[in-house]
Design a protein around this ligand. Structure first.
Ligand code: ZN
Length: 319
């Protein structure tokens, strides 16, 4: 059985797992990450990968590996440019590092484009030539598949739709330097930003920050359902903005299908609120509709990373 190793490196965890050629996760192991510099992250990756291979071993015949990682990546050359929006040092040859540890071809991509590749090979995007995968989690980003190919752009930055300005009157500043970005309104960080901005205006609320200083999306939605004024305002505003984003994107690439992924959308509450907000004329060509990712949210990153590894291994084998 051919298998592929997937490494999902995010802000809180590194999940390493082995995936078969049908996209089934055979085994996985979690490592904590946290706030690290790019070089510290590379060291953690190496030691974790060694630990994984030593303690978990390999169940099938490993043919390729992939890593989906935060920040800016250079998929073409297998390099990791930076851990955040800011470039702080030379690009790291991450593919080569993983190839040295595993002995198989390794691919590097950012987390959301990896997840998009996972959808294309093994998810709802299988056999769909044109779709958009939208991830709503801590932030917001999208992966575009047009003509069966994942769009990357000149600087591997295509899909940063969380920084599309959809609320022109909104003065909330964003980390990117603009105001009224999607991500400052409808995301894990956006809900928190809006809570801090609006709680003086709407003081009658049971919504509060959790131990990590964040608004918990599940709690926000439950309170909104219960009629809590502040929760309702933040959640409704978020849904209006997300609906506007999706319809704007539909006008750009003319997809057949929209797939939603990420922690904020995983329980279906969001999808239920989005559907009535969709304009029928705009969505007419989206014949397969809007669906939730079929992958378990915890494993999506590993599945996507393994998918990029499988794609690269097949490309190399064809050469
Ligand atoms: Zn922004």
């Amino acid at each position: 059985m051919d298998t592929y190793l997937g490494l999902d490196y995010g802000g809180t965890k590194l999940l390493i797992g082995e995936v078969d050629s049908q996209g089934q996760v055979l085994q996985s192991k979690r490592y904590d990450t946290g706030t690290l510099t790019q070089n510290e992250a590379v060291e953690l990756l190496k030691t974790s990968l060694r630990d994984y291979l030593h303690t978990m071993g390999v169940q099938g015949e490993l043919k390729g590996a992939g890593i989906g990682i935060v920040g800016v990546t250079d998929h073409q050359n297998g390099r990791w440019i930076s851990i955040s929006h800011e470039v702080t040092g030379p690009a790291i040859p991450l593919a080569r590092i993983i190839e040295d540890e595993t002995g198989v071809p390794a691919a590097v991509d950012n987390d959301v484009r990896s997840a998009t590749t996972g959808e294309l090979l093994w998810g709802h995007g299988r056999g769909v030539e044109n779709f958009i995968y939208i991830n709503v989690g801590t932030g917001v980003a999208a992966g575009f598949v047009t003509g069966g190919q994942v769009l990357r752009g000149a600087n591997n930055n295509a899909g940063e739709v969380g920084h599309m300005c959809v609320s022109l009157g909104d003065e909330t500043p964003c980390v990117c330097g603009r105001k009224g970005c999607v991500e400052t309104i409808v995301s894990g960080t956006g809900f928190t930003t809006q809570y801090l901005r609006l709680r003086e205006q709407v003081p009658d609320t049971r919504l509060e920050l959790n131990a990590r200083g964040r608004v918990d999306a599940d709690k926000l939605f439950r309170l909104a359902d219960a009629g809590d004024a502040l929760a309702k305002r933040i959640a409704e505003y978020g849904m209006d903005v997300l609906a506007a984003l999706i319809m704007n994107l539909v006008r750009v690439t003319d997809p057949e299908l929209i797939i939603l992924g990420g922690g904020v959308v995983s329980d279906g509450w969001v999808l239920e609120r989005l559907r009535p907000r969709m304009n029928a004329a705009t969505m007419r060509g989206v014949s397969k509709g809007i669906v939730l990712s079929a992958f378990n949210a915890y494993e999506t990153g590993v599945i996507g990373a393994a998918a990029t590894g499988m794609q690269l291994a097949k490309e190399r084998a064809e050469k």
